[in-house]
Design a protein around this ligand. Sequence first.
Ligand code: ZN
Length: 167
Amino acid sequence: MPIRNVKTLGDPQLFKPTVAVTEYGSAVADDIQDMVDTMRDNKGVGLAANQIGIDKRIIIIEVNNNPRYPKQADIPLMVLINPEYHVIGDEKETFWEGCLSLPGLRGEVTRAVNISYQANDHLGNSFSTQANGFLARVIQHECDHLDGILLHQRLNDLKKFSYEKNL
Ligand code: ZN
């Protein structure tokens, strides 16, 4: 399966909300494989389908000794289709977040520490569970992508937006 180009800031598709998935299995298998190959090739920890031009509500997440986030514990590959989350409590955390669609940039974004979320797997089976910390952050970031929102739209302070090399 091909590694695809990641769409970057300025591409209108990144601002367009994605469409719910209704067919599973072979209907999404190639999309998911392309997403995994592209995320790994770009050293991402998450990817939303519209970042590679697929207009579907699919996100993937994986942390495996990632050089862009060296302090983060590993997270096995997760595929979330039609994901939804709810914030638990009011604890929030700020972090210099990156995005494959904003290459070389980081922005300090405040997000909820604890969430519950539900999604379907690649076969359409629904599941629900909770997440906290970095995983909760990545889920919130990727769900934003599905709604056409990029991290710079979440900045509290425009001065906290920087090239990685200057941090
Ligand atoms: Zn992103």
